[in-house]
Design a protein around this ligand. Structure first.
Ligand SMILES: [Zn+2]
Ligand SMILES: [Zn+2]
Length: 301
């Protein structure tokens, strides 16, 4: 080895040791001013927390590539490596997300544990992240045996609240299904409808609360139509359809199937049910096109 190279290495080693000593002092001062920090991070290694975490992350990806599957034999090693990475950099979103996904089958509890720590973080970016609570809910609903629906619904709701008013449809539907499943309804369509009715009732009637679900009425109509088609004659679905059509009577929807009908229609084009016509001339029943009847000239009321 060349002498200059050796010198460089010695200088680097001294710098790292000195940096580490300085970091230790700073860390102690930090703990005395902000005690909660000590719980989040250990003594920095030469001040290169993030760097060390990135290196371990690359080694982790390499290690994961060598595994056929994650199972009982290797899951503890996977957890240990992930913990080291996240301890060094608690805001490492990619490691948290991918780590939880890789563990979701072999160890759903551990996967949710990683996510819940990041979800509770005060870090400004993590606090706004909706994908982490969504993944936690997804694991609890689809991987955990037996599924934990109400806990899943709690995480999905959190994902909705973090979506800044523009949640993805699959997040909305996951929340609604999990809520319905938590109420003991097994069928996916009926579970969705049950939750939609609950959210819709908040906004109608005396309560006048707001719902976290955008376009609630449209979603309810579509879900009720689908449930009626897939569960014909189901008492609960029929009762919901009747209640919804009575509340939305002025929207010209069929009381039997909740599909909308047009001016002059006497029967529903979807199910053949007799409907209350509108948009007709009071004298000759011709469909009105403007202020006067185009057939008999009577003024429209
Ligand atoms: Zn109809
Ligand atoms: Zn007329």
């Amino acid at each position: 080895m060349k002498k200059t190279v050796v010198n460089h290495i010695i200088i680097m080693a001294i710098a790292i040791v000195a940096g580490g000593m300085l970091a230790k002092t700073l860390h102690e001062k930090q703990i005395s001013t902000i005690p909660s920090k000590s719980a989040i991070s250990g003594v920095p290694i030469g001040g290169f927390h993030k760097f060390a975490s990135d290196v371990k992350w690359m080694l982790f990806i390499n290690y994961m590539g060598s595994l056929q599957t994650i199972n009982e034999d290797n899951k503890d090693e996977v957890v240990k490596r992930l913990e080291q990475i996240i301890d060094l950099n608690p805001n490492f979103e990619q490691a948290i997300h991918m780590g939880a996904m890789s563990l979701s089958n072999a160890s759903p509890d551990q996967a949710v544990e990683f996510l819940s720590r990041a979800i509770a973080s005060e870090d400004p970016t993590l606090k706004k992240n909706w994908k982490l609570p969504f993944l936690a809910g997804f694991i609890l609903m689809h991987y955990k045996q037996p599924a934990q629906y109400s806990e899943a619904a709690r995480y999905f709701r959190m994902a909705l609240e973090r979506s800044e008013g523009k949640p993805e449809d699959y997040v909305i539907n996951s929340y609604l299904r999990a809520r319905g499943n938590a109420n003991g309804i097994k069928d996916a369509r009926l579970a969705l409808l049950d939750s939609l009715v609950f959210e819709w009732k908040k906004t109608s009637g005396d309560l006048m609360e707001t719902t976290i679900i955008p376009n609630i009425t449209e979603r309810l109509l579509v879900a009720a139509q689908a449930a009626r088609d897939s569960h014909p004659g189901d008492e609960k679905v029929t009762a919901i359809v009747t209640e919804v059509s009575a509340t939305l009577g002025d929207k010209h929807i069929c009381s039997s199937c909740l599909h909308s009908y047009g001016p002059g229609d006497n029967f529903c084009a979807h199910c053949g049910n007799k409907v209350k016509p509108y948009g007709q001339c009071s004298a000759c029943k011709h469909v009105l096109k403007g202020n006067f009847c185009s057939n008999c000239g009577v003024k429209a009321k």
